[in-house]
Design a protein around this ligand. Structure first.
Ligand SMILES: Cc1ncc(COP(=O)(O)O)c(C=O)c1O
Length: 401
């Protein structure tokens, strides 16, 4: 994993000389090259999980690469449609689909839904009947095993995503004439970095899922495995091999006997294209801890606080100074606002900028920008050497009422 390519470093150098507040830069050349590689295979139909990064330019790159779109809210749907993407290429997942939202989605032309509860099935059928259309529906399944039994999912906690096989048994598919039950959806783990482990997890799914499909009289045409493909956040973490994954997916597809395998990728699709740069406010020694206070923290990059996993970081300027462990803190009045402990050059000072990498997914929109009323981060794209400001930094008067 290299943190900064020369074009990205040059772009961040330029921006940091002009700006005094944090910003994101998305390297669309790197993104496009990566996406082009993901689509050169025929085993899996790829959707983009828009939640990872709903920025217009990012969506446009995925569109150009031929991805379809998985949206989880009205906001995500409208953002995808605003990029000129046809609603036939949109899939709706998510545990909070109200009848009102379903109606809106159908009116906007969406016809593919992942149902996460018996109520959602009923509401999908009601709204499709009212609007006189036919929907393609996958049922989201959540698997669990008895405590203590050896299996890789045994430790997973109960979530509201989908229903267990027992709960789905209550479904009589014949009661819903407007719904074509074409398959099942399953996704219970995130940021996996081992293709062997993923292959093992997926293969464990097949027996219970094909059994459920049989029980419900569903002809399993589609199996949607969600996301979960990881990217490394530390130098020593492994990187997934796409070719190895595709081989594993081909086997799953054969073993499950499905016509189509789907995945909605978020992190693996866009995570590596994003960088976040922030000024250093000051560095101080406190009870023996070298503390670096940054202009931006979890108000712009929440993920370390909710996952305990830091983004990799480097000093923007070149330095030959020896490194030392430093704890990086943001500007919020909570100890949660910590971006981790990192080894950085000892000469780091208040004139410096730090650059966090692997921030293309679950960055800007996953964060808590309003707390303490600091500036919103700016967002830039870099393509063919051209920097474009997609969102300028805004101070709090932009959103305070
Ligand atoms: C239903 C669904 N699919 C796909 C994804 C994307 O996951 P990832 O970023 O691990 O690829 C998510 C993320 O939360 C999700 O909820």
């Amino acid at each position: 994993m290299t943190f900064l390519s020369t074009p990205v470093k040059t772009a961040i150098d330029e921006l940091s000389s002009q700006l005094d507040t944090p910003f994101f830069v998305y390297d669309l050349d790197t993104l496009n090259a990566h996406l082009a590689r993901l689509v050169t295979q025929t085993q899996v139909k790829l959707w983009y999980a828009v939640k990872a990064n709903p920025l217009s330019k990012v969506i446009q790159s995925l569109d150009s690469a031929g991805f379809n779109f998985d949206v989880a809210s009205k906001g995500e749907l409208e953002q995808v449609l605003a990029q000129g993407i046809n609603s036939e290429r949109v899939l709706n997942t998510g545990p909070a689909k109200s009848p009102k939202q379903i109606k809106h989605f159908i009116e906007r032309g969406v016809r593919i839904f992942v149902a996460e509860s018996l109520n959602q099935v009923r509401w999908l059928n009601e709204q499709a009947s009212l609007l006189n259309c036919q929907l393609q529906v996958l049922l989201r399944v959540q698997l669990r095993w008895p405590e203590g039994e050896k299996n890789p999912l045994g430790g997973d906690s109960l979530t509201p995503f989908g229903l267990g096989c027992d709960e789905w048994q209550a479904l009589n598919t014949r009661d819903y004439p407007t719904l074509n039950f074409d398959g099942l959806h399953i996704f219970q783990w995130g940021n996996m970095l081992s293709s062997d482990k993923l292959a093992e997890l997926w293969s464990q799914m097949i027996a219970p899922l094909t059994q459920l499909a049989d029980d419900l009289g569903i002809n399993l045409k589609v199996l949607d495995l969600g996301g979960g493909l990881g990217i490394p956040y530390t130098l020593d973490a492994p990187t997934l091999s796409w070719d190895t994954l595709i081989d594993a997916l081909a086997k799953i597809k054969r073993d499950a006997g499905v016509d189509e395998l789907w995945m909605e990728l978020g992190r693996y699709a866009v995570g590596e294209c994003g960088h976040y740069a922030t000024p250093v406010v000051e560095s101080k020694l406190n009870y023996g801890q070298q503390q670096v206070i940054l202009s931006g923290g979890i108000n712009h990059l929440l993920r370390p606080a909710v996952t305990s996993q830091d983004f990799p970081v480097r000093l923007l300027r070149e330095s030959n100074a020896t490194t030392q462990a430093m704890s990086l803190y943001g500007p919020l009045c909570t100890a949660l606002d910590c971006l981790g402990e990192h080894h950085l050059p000892k000469d780091l000072n208040e004139h410096d900028w730090l650059v966090f990498s692997q921030c293309g997914a679950y960055g800007f929109t996953e964060s808590m920008p309003y707390f303490l009323c600091h500036e919103l981060a700016a967002e830039y794209t870099l393509q063919n050497g051209q920097l474009t400001c997609v969102r300028q930094a805004e101070d709090a008067s932009y959103y305070l009422r």
